[in-house]
Design a protein around this ligand. Structure first.
Ligand code: GLN
Length: 493
């Protein structure tokens, strides 16, 4: 029998439907692979029983001739930012350590309703703040990839680095991610997998630990465009519990996949040719253009003139919202409480937050509080909101000339863990190509293109019009078919 852990979402779903193997066999194989991969530190907790129980339900439904859901028999990893009923949910923080929600996030519930099971809760950057998975209270996540000829631990990207590491290592066929300013796309690019952030509002934010509410979006991470289309279909949909949820039907993205791009225009934003971008990344971008042309698309030059202001604006808007969202962690309601002897309420707040938040989270809270303070609000926050509107307008204008935009996902390939920690600004630069689409709320995807000379994967990014996930997925599929990306990390864990 084929090694079940080499299969993706579609193959597992189809194999379970046709009876080639049972959902229990699949869950058992992945549970074993997860248990064997502790060295990656991709999971904060594992939940093999959840995966098995979900599988047994699917097998029983099949035996009874009942219809099976879109994710039937597929065990997945759940980023530990999604509240899961009865299973610890920490956002990779000390302050939420031991927090066991009594409710389920909308997105995870939809996945269980579609027949998926949970292998465990995936590690991430603390409160989803980071680009390397080094800010987790539960330790760094290692990428399964290594530079050829070395054994230095590499970053799986962040913040969804547990998700990217697990999917690339084939200990999970797919995982959930969240993307506030690149956290699905950048880790997908670093690990040679696919990930799509849908249009803002497609996936409910209800039950996801909030980072920056006007930017946060959930999305799937998997090894193929088809798998992402299937899983996104199961995650998306209107939710009255999220005030910014889109009241729109969820299209059948899988059924409408089509890599024939004749009649489509692909925009190449000239401002994305930035200094500091690796030559290999620029080469892969050129190659991407050639692939899309080969698929029938016309390539057009476009301009997104406010691109260089997007990252600075993001690092005002996101911390501002985070500082407000994180005010709820005060030692009163959830997780950690540090109440020094004989102290009062204020002391408890201070001690709990000092002990419970990591340095990067504290940095964001300080920045956010500063830019929202009375004296600086207009100079920073209002200004950043104006820039955000300009960035969104750039895209609106560009989409008058093209249907989808092609750009690199990141300026470099993955880097060794520990090599970028000196200066937070260099770390922030990782998301320079990802953040503009986040500010504009647009659907955007990363698809693996090739490996660089060190044998590390590089991703290409596709950005679409609002609600046009299909256009993004179709262009992604055209790249996937031509790239034929089949490299996989050698097992060392
Ligand atoms: N790396 C970015 C940050 O640290 C984006 C994180 C994210 O998308 N959650 O804010």
């Amino acid at each position: 029998m084929t090694d079940l852990t080499s299969l993706g979402v579609k193959d597992i779903r189809d194999g379970v439907r046709s009876g080639t193997f049972t959902a229990r066999e699949v869950a058992t194989s992945f549970n074993a692979a997860v248990a064997d991969a502790a060295a990656l530190n991709a999971f904060i907790v594992t939940t093999p029983d959840h995966a098995l129980a979900a599988a047994d339900k699917v097998d029983a439904a099949r035996a009874a001739g009942e219809p099976l859901g879109a994710m039937a028999g597929v065990p997945i990893g759940m980023k530990d930012l999604f509240a899961t009923n009865g299973v610890q949910t920490t956002a990779a923080s000390h302050i939420l350590e031991g927090f066991i929600p009594r409710y389920e996030s909308t997105v995870s519930q939809k996945l269980w309703d579609a027949g998926a099971g949970m292998l465990g809760k995936l590690n991430l950057d603390q409160f989803a703040m980071g680009s390397s998975n080094e800010t987790s209270y539960f330790g760094n996540v290692s990428s399964p990839w290594r530079k050829s000829g070395t054994n230095q631990p590499m970053s799986p990207g962040g913040s969804s680095g547990g998700s990217s590491s697990a999917v690339a290592a084939r200990i999970a066929p797919a995982a959930t991610g969240t993307d506030t300013g690149g956290s699905i796309r950048q880790p997908a690019a670093f690990t040679g997998i696919c990930g799509i952030k849908p249009t803002y509002g497609r996936c409910s934010r209800w039950g996801i630990v909030a980072f920056a509410s006007s930017l946060d979006q959930a999305g799937p991470m998997a090894r193929s465009v088809e798998d992402c289309a299937i899983m996104l279909g199961a995650m998306a949909g209107f939710d009255p519990k999220d005030a910014t949820s889109l009241q729109m039907d969820v299209p059948d993205w899988e059924a409408a996949l089509n890599s024939d791009l004749r009649g489509k225009k692909v925009g190449i934003p000239r401002e994305y040719r930035m200094e500091g971008t690796d030559q290999a990344i620029l080469d892969s971008w050129e190659q991407g253009k050639a692939w899309l042309k080969d698929a029938g698309a016309e390539i057009v030059d476009i301009s997104l003139p406010h691109t260089r202001y997007a990252l600075p604006a993001y690092y005002i808007v996101a911390p501002a919202e985070a500082s407000s969202n994180l005010a709820r962690y005060d030692g009163v309601r959830y997780g950690l409480r540090d109440l020094p002897d004989g102290s009062g309420l204020q002391d408890m707040y201070a001690a709990t937050r000092a002990a419970g938040f990591g340095d990067e989270v504290k940095r964001r809270i300080l920045i956010g509080t500063y830019v929202l303070s009375a004296g600086f609000y207009d100079a920073y926050y209002t200004q950043a909101q104006k820039v955000r509107a300009l960035v969104a307008r750039d895209f609106e204008r560009a989409f008058e000339q093209c249907d989808v935009i092609l750009a690199p996902t990141t300026p470099t390939a993955s880097f060794p863990l520990g090599s970028m920690n000196e200066d937070p600004l260099t770390m922030y630069l990782n998301d320079v190509f990802a953040v503009p689409a986040s500010l504009a709320g647009l659907p955007a995807m990363s698809v693996p293109a090739m490996c660089n000379e060190d044998g590390l994967p590089l991703g290409l990014q596709l950005v679409g019009r609002p609600f046009d996930e299909q256009g993004v997925l179709n262009a992604g599929l055209a790249i996937q078919q031509r790239a034929g990306f089949s490299a996989r990390p050698e097992k060392w864990w």
